[in-house]
Ligand binder design. Structure first.
Ligand SMILES: C[S@@+](CC[C@H](N)C(=O)[O-])C[C@H]1O[C@@H](n2cnc3c(N)ncnc32)[C@H](O)[C@@H]1O
Length: 293
């Protein structure tokens, strides 16, 4: 599977999934595309509900859902992070992993009511000092400005956003003067590769510069099938922002970039079928550490 939107696989269209380029009229309406995504993510929260018991066990036992490169970048937060803000926090499992790493309090922002309802249930079960804010990330409330000692985002968040300049401006305003942004994301090159029956990397027909596309249905490795049939789900809009677009938006907002790294880490478990000798050859994720400029 090439990407977690579930739109493409093995170079051939999935008979159930639907994918098409966004029309020029759709592309012009950022908030309408985000509105459709909000409905799609509320539908997908069904899958996260099934993960809630695991999430409660993980967080209450002091564990973390974060991947090794994220742990290396974030480090030990004890005594150095009064507030961590997690943008696009979904059901709060990664957010509360930051609490377990030592953040004194955590705030998660997401636009899906059903995801935040799950985050609330997780918080109640583990008695965490967490606050959940229902908002489009582009409209993150201004009372959070200048309050993030750690601003964390990633793991499949950026592809849903349709205005990166507006997003980068939010990052810049949320950080404290000494705060750090840690972003860990799927690499856009991931969409260019799939795996053949022998486990070798092959090229997909994805156009790296295509911009937003609309899809229905999800990758079975990630969300899997929902109670709602794919053809009855909301269209959702995603795009593999190029590395250049991401970095340029961050620089444009005035952020001071400290490091940009590319990783072979399979961040969503979509490439388990790659043969061992081919693992590590393709960038599947990237990270950025930055401070407010
Ligand atoms: C793949 S998840 C984020 C990764 C997270 N680590 C997880 O547990 O899967 C994407 C999240 O982004 C949220 N989201 C997508 N677009 C958003 C937007 N414009 N504003 C706020 N939340 C958004 C979705 O509701 C969803 O919870």
């Amino acid at each position: 599977m090439t990407d977690p939107t579930g739109a493409r696989g093995n170079g051939a269209p999935d008979p159930i999934a639907h994918v098409r380029p966004a029309t020029p009229a759709e592309r012009a309406e950022v908030h309408a595309m985000h509105g459709a995504n909000r409905v799609a993510w509320d539908e997908a929260a069904e899958r996260y509900e099934r993960w809630l018991p695991e999430a409660i066990d993980l967080i209450s036992s002091g564990g973390t859902n974060l991947l090794p490169p994220e742990l290396e970048l974030i480090g030990d937060l004890h005594g150095r992070c009064a507030r961590a803000i997690h943008l696009q926090c979904a059901g709060g499992r990664d957010t509360l992993s930051l609490w377990n790493l030592g953040a004194e309090s955590v705030i998660g922002v997401d636009f899906s009511p059903r995801m935040l309802e799950l985050a609330g249930r997780l918080t109640a079960a583990v008695e965490a000092p967490a606050r959940w804010i229902l908002a489009d990330v582009l409209d993150t409330p201004h009372d959070l400005d200048g309050t993030a000692d750690l601003l964390y985002t990633g793991r499949g968040s950026l592809i849903w956003l349709q205005d990166l300049d507006a997003w980068a401006a939010v990052l810049q305003r949320l950080l404290t003067p000494t705060g750090r942004l840690v972003l860990f994301e799927g690499h856009p090159a991931e969409w260019l590769f799939d795996v053949d029956a022998d486990g070798r990397w092959i090229a997909t027909d994805y156009d790296y510069f295509a911009g937003p596309e609309a899809s229905r249905g999800w990758a079975p490795e990630y969300i899997d099938h929902l109670a709602l049939a794919d053809e009855d789900q909301s269209w959702k809009f995603a795009r593999a922002w190029t590395l250049g677009e991401v970095i340029t938006a961050m620089l444009g907002a005035g952020l001071k970039l400290e490091q940009v790294r590319e990783h072979p880490t399979d961040w969503w478990g979509g490439h388990g079928d790659v043969r061992p000798e081919d693992r590590g050859r393709v960038p599947l994720s990237f990270s950025v550490v930055a401070r407010r400029g």
